[in-house]
Ligand binder design. Structure first.
Ligand code: BGC
Ligand code: ZN
Length: 372
């Protein structure tokens, strides 16, 4: 069967003839892949900066943002049935008995670094016709999510971040559910970057009641700016507004959701984080030149303003479940805008070009089945 793979030693990206997967345990399901999203991580792997084939294979099948349809389930599978639309999680536990995170089923917090990730690190990915996996790593989507379900995985990044935000912001009693303000109402959020992770994060923040500003390089009359406004957010062009100008428009910046991996702007915005603010890093920076940092100002503000900075990667089952529920709700509330995030469906033959050519559109998808 066809699969899109990188061969790091030959430095090639090609459609390979990959062996048909087989169920070997009665807890596993066989899934027909429909759509696979292409993201920055895939592009890094395709530039051979990252990514490791499974032991014994000289190539790695790409793809970790998937949507599939269940073809067959083992006799011990519960909660996943033939015909279901599913998204399969990316990371697998490291398997070490002394890794309390992995033992607890939270390999997204793995201590050892020996976890594996499908399509990234040590396990073949989803950019192929069929896959087999343990059904406990699969999340079922409502049947009407065929068109946009491939966006679940990139949304899990924001979901995991927001689960943690509520945990820490319980320190602010007036934001608790049931209190007069309730959760996010009256709070201001800034999203850095208008790629898929940023825009999905913006939907998550808006739907929770944050007044949400997307800060990105596009022009104020660009398609992305209009998209942000059409879902009830505000777009602030980083081309025309420095961080101080942004802070002036926003007021107290209660939350920053960084989704660029751009070091300079990320730390500049950390400098304007508000009182009691939370700053979330999600982007992995490329290796760039050193930057200058007002470290004493940042440290003073963090202390005197009760600020919190955290990074977050990958996602656990709670975030996947939340992403399925939220994306379904977003798709009801903003059907056109959610669909517009997928800016192209392409044949596997075009994958190499998508992975190595110039970035185009928001979320390009490689499709292995008839288009919805
Ligand atoms: C994926 C994560 C993964 C990370 C690092 C991201 O693109 O969404 O699931 O953990 O890359 O490998
Ligand atoms: Zn571990």
């Amino acid at each position: 069967m066809r699969a899109v793979a990188v061969n790091p030693s030959r430095k090639s990206i090609e459609v390979v003839d990959h062996p048909e997967p087989e169920r070997t345990a009665d807890t596993e399901a066989l899934v027909q892949i429909l759509d696979v999203g292409v993201c920055g991580t895939d592009r890094e792997i395709a530039h051979f900066q990252y990514g490791t084939p499974p032991a014994g294979s000289d190539y790695l099948v790409l793809g970790h943002e998937s949507l599939g349809r269940v073809v067959e389930v083992g006799s011990a599978v519960k909660g996943v049935a033939r015909g279901d639309l599913v998204v399969t999680m990316v990371r697998r536990p490291c398997g070490r008995a002394d890794c309390r995170a992995c033992v607890a089923g939270r390999q997204d917090f793995c201590f050892t670094g020996e976890f594996k990730e499908r399509g990234i690190n040590g396990l073949h990915g989803f950019m192929t016709e069929r896959i087999v996996d343990d059904a406990r790593f699969m999340h079922v989507l409502p049947a009407n999510m065929r068109n946009v379900g491939v966006l679940v995985e990139p949304l899990t990044i924001a979901e995991k971040a927001l689960i943690q935000v509520w945990d820490v912001q319980e320190r602010l009693p007036w934001t608790l559910p049931g209190s007069e303000d309730g959760h996010a109402s009256g709070q201001n959020a800034v999203v850095l970057g208008a790629g898929p992770v940023g825009l999905l994060g913006a939907l998550a923040l808006i739907s929770r009641g944050f007044k949400t500003f997307v800060y990105s390089l596009e022009e104020p009359d660009s398609a992305k700016a209009r998209w942000v406004e059409s879902v009830g957010g505000a777009f602030v062009s980083a081309k025309h507004n420095d961080p101080q100008a942004l802070a002036k428009q926003v007021g107290n910046i209660d939350l920053v959701y960084e989704a660029t991996g751009a070091v300079k702007v990320s730390f500049d915005i950390l400098g304007v984080l508000g009182i009691n603010g939370v700053y979330i890093f999600t982007g992995v920076p490329g290796r760039k030149a050193p930057i200058e940092l007002e470290a004493d100002d940042i440290m003073r503000d963090m202390v005197l303003s009760n600020q919190l900075v955290f990074g977050t990667v990958n996602a656990g089952p709670d975030a996947f479940a939340a992403a399925v529920a939220d994306l379904t709700a977003f798709n009801e509330r903003w059907p056109e805008q959610v669909a517009a995030l997928i800016t192209g469906r392409h044949d596997p033959d075009k994958a190499a070009e998508l992975l190595t050519g110039p970035r185009r559109g928001i979320k390009p998808v490689v499709s292995f089945a008839e288009q919805p």
